[in-house]
Write a protein that binds this ligand. Structure first.
Ligand SMILES: [Zn+2]
Length: 352
């Protein structure tokens, strides 16, 4: 299929759709995922008790500060259970989601087609590579052109022999300080975006300088910044001024961890300071005041068992059930909410 046949459409795992059929959309979720790459073995004997325990009420309290010391919590691999969780989002008015599971965290194209049919949701599948922890030796050797070609194939022909096509390039995983392989992948993703017309979704490194660095890398390789979604703006410590610099380029600003308010200090874990949902909403209000309401998208980035409704989390439905009513109470207009949930995702996901 040529670029022109995708131009002006959105590509889901079940095929092309008209942008007006996208509806309410979460811009960054994981229907299925395996984040085993983040696991580490604690030194202390009693800490090791947590490693092989299933996630149950008995361990839940202690687990929240040991999320990357437990093998069960980092896996969402039960298709039937995940479909039930996704269906709650459909029942609350959801229509679509971007599944940003990329290579390295167990992307599963055929399962996504089954889950799309089971739930009635449009699912837009990701492409490209997750963070350096997940890189295989092969990727360091591969040329920029080979990586570009493989991403283009995922978008235009389909992943492996499945025939299931990616509708977005990402999440492209980065770390800070960045490295040459990550930058090569960013450039290859940019070339593939230019070639196919697909948007790019970036998981930035957790440092204020990372955002502009990644954006410059893809722009220097030819990507249009208005085709880039900068993710995790509410996960790492980015000042409002840094986010504003990104906004100035025309990139889409993604607040994608609604529902995650873990205040535990995770020793040895990632350098993450989660804001609360109220702080997330306040940051969005600030950006709207500055005039960027056409560039904001939201999600929950469900990726841990503790994120699921079945395990005490807000699940895929948290934004519709709890955040939108809160936004309305704080004075967000229906027009603004429609932009965040419908219009902004539609614009960026539509192939250029
Ligand atoms: Zn993610």
């Amino acid at each position: 299929m040529s670029k022109s046949e995708r131009t002006g459409k959105i590509q889901t795992v079940l095929g092309l759709i008209e942008p007006d059929d996208l509806g309410v959309t979460l811009a960054h979720e994981h229907s299925l995922i395996d984040m085993e790459i983040y696991l580490s073995m604690p030194e202390e004997a009693t800490e090791r008790w947590y490693v092989d325990q299933p996630v149950t009420m008995e361990i839940l309290g202690g687990l929240m500060k040991r999320l990357f010391h437990n093998k069960d919590v980092v896996k969402l691999i039960d298709e039937k259970h995940q479909a039930e969780e996704l269906y709650k989002y459909y029942l609350s008015g959801g229509n679509s989601l971007v599944d940003t599971t990329s290579i390295g965290i167990a992307r599963d194209p055929l399962a996504l087609t089954r889950m799309s049919r089971a739930t009635g949701l449009n699912i837009v599948m990701g492409a490209s590579y997750y963070v350096p922890l997940s890189y295989t030796d092969e990727i360091h050797e591969k040329s920029e052109q080979d990586i570009t070609d493989s991403i283009i194939k995922d978008v235009t022909v389909g992943v492996k022999e499945t025939g299931v096509k990616s509708g977005i390039i990402g999440e492209i995983g980065n770390f800070w300080p960045t490295n040459e392989t990550s930058r090569k992948i960013l450039r290859a993703s940019a070339h593939a975006s230019v070639e196919t017309g697909a948007a790019i979704s970036i998981h930035p490194g957790g440092h204020p300088d990372a955002l502009l660095q990644h954006l410059n890398d893809v722009m220097e390789a030819g990507a249009d910044p208005t085709r880039v979604i900068m993710g995790h703006l509410d996960v790492f410590r980015y000042s409002p001024e840094v986010v504003k610099e990104i906004a100035e380029t025309g990139a889409t600003l993604e607040f994608d961890r609604f529902g995650s308010e873990n205040t535990n200090f995770a020793e040895g874990g990632l350098d993450i300071d989660f804001p609360s949902d109220v702080q997330r909403i306040e940051r969005i209000e600030q950006l709207i005041d500055w005039g960027y309401e056409d560039q904001i998208v939201v999600a929950q980035d469900v990726c841990l068992k503790t994120d699921l409704v079945s395990h005490g989390g807000g699940g895929y439905v948290h934004i519709l059930d709890s955040i939108i009513p809160r936004m309305r109470r704080r004075g967000f207009s229906s027009e603004t909410i429609d932009k965040i949930l419908i219009e902004n995702p539609k614009r960026v996901l539509t192939f250029k």
